[in-house]
Design a protein around this ligand. Structure first.
Ligand code: PMV
Length: 338
């Protein structure tokens, strides 16, 4: 029996061009390509230990054993899928935690499923490095596809920097690729509200194609992807910012006009966005927003704007919590004796 513990530390990511709708839900085949920035500080750490004395998976979250509930079921389902697909022997003891508050607006399912996939496959194949994993048939591309089946956006968290998730011509030809760009952008997440979002992204993906705005979105999406890639290549913050804000508002407009409409936006969100616009119009800070399926705001800017922006934030919203992050290099894998 292996006595090694395999530990994955995987960052979350924030999408610039959003995954919003699926053509094939079972294979997590998105309706469009998406592009994201991998974060650096907001991470999930997951360690896995292969224990042949176990008759089922043992799962610990933040040091506490969990045996039921949605979160437990999702983890167990993904582990069972990996075990049966690759005929892996034995069960794992899994310990996982996030270093950021869950439901704060950082996508914990992205870092969570990528970390779970990476650590569990490492434990089952006794691989301590990415090279060993790839020699066992688990390249980053493969691990990314497996992570995607847990949560779509997780596939982008296994690469660092700026990442494109290409839908490809069929569900089995999807791939992720790194965009060559070394721009040290920041993401300051403004936590306007903590707590579970009221509509899961899984359900939102099902609803969005019913919006009359959806086909318009699809007709422009390739052009938009090109524009995003150009803005990154040119390191043009003004161009990137305009695209980010348009895209964020567009995905919210789409879900707000779906057959079963829903709004994630709070009055506080709308007020915060207009405060940011005013800062910009007055020439006080060059900061731009993006939004995920939630009410919290991600402020994207260049490094030199941060202290300036934070001083206005503290002046005008002294009680707001925020998480300061930046573009990161991607996942880490280590192993040690149990
Ligand atoms: O990966 P999911 O199913 O949680 O969907 C993520 C959807 C968005 O966060 C809104 C956009 C994205 O591309 O991450």
């Amino acid at each position: 029996m292996s006595s090694e513990v395999y530990r994955a530390s995987v960052p979350s990511n924030i999408a610039f061009l959003k995954y919003w709708g699926k053509s094939d839900p079972a294979k997590k085949w998105p309706t469009n390509n998406s592009l994201s920035m991998t974060l650096d500080k907001c991470r999930t750490s997951t360690s896995c230990f292969l224990d042949f004395s176990l008759s089922d998976f043992e799962i610990f979250y933040d040091g506490k054993k969990i045996k039921e509930g949605d979160f437990f079921q999702k983890i167990r389902k993904h582990l069972c899928f990996l075990k049966s697909t690759f005929d892996f022997p034995g069960f794992l003891r899994v310990e996982t935690s996030n270093n950021f508050p869950t439901a704060s607006g950082v996508a914990s399912s992205a870092s969570g499923f990528a970390a779970l996939t990476l650590a569990s496959v490492a434990a089952w194949t006794s691989s301590s490095t990415f090279l060993e994993l790839s020699q066992e048939g688990f390249s980053i591309q493969k691990l990314s596809s497996l992570s995607r089946l847990g949560s779509g956006s997780a596939c982008r968290s296994l690469l660092g920097g700026f990442v494109l998730w290409e839908k490809g011509p069929s569900p089995d030809e999807q791939r992720v690729k790194k965009i060559s760009c070394d721009w040290p952008l920041m993401d300051i997440l403004i936590v306007l509200k903590q707590g579970e979002k009221k509509l899961s992204s899984t359900e939102a993906h099902v609803r969005v194609p019913s919006s009359p705005l959806f086909s318009l979105r699809m007709s422009q999406i390739e052009e938009k992807q090109k524009d995003f890639e150009e803005a990154l290549k040119e390191k043009n913050i003004k161009k990137l910012g305009a695209l980010l804000e348009q895209e964020a508002l567009e995905i919210h407009a789409v879900i707000m006009t779906a057959e079963k409409p829903f709004s994630y936006l709070l009055d506080e969100t709308v007020a915060f966005l207009s405060w940011m616009r005013q800062l910009r119009q007055k020439g006080l800070a060059q900061v731009y927003f993006t939004l995920d399926a939630g009410s919290n705001v991600h402020v994207i800017c260049e490094e030199r704007e941060v202290s300036n922006f934070l001083s206005f934030l503290k002046r005008d919203f002294p009680n707001l919590a925020y998480i300061k992050d930046n573009v990161g290099k991607g996942p880490l894998l280590t192993s040690s004796k149990a």
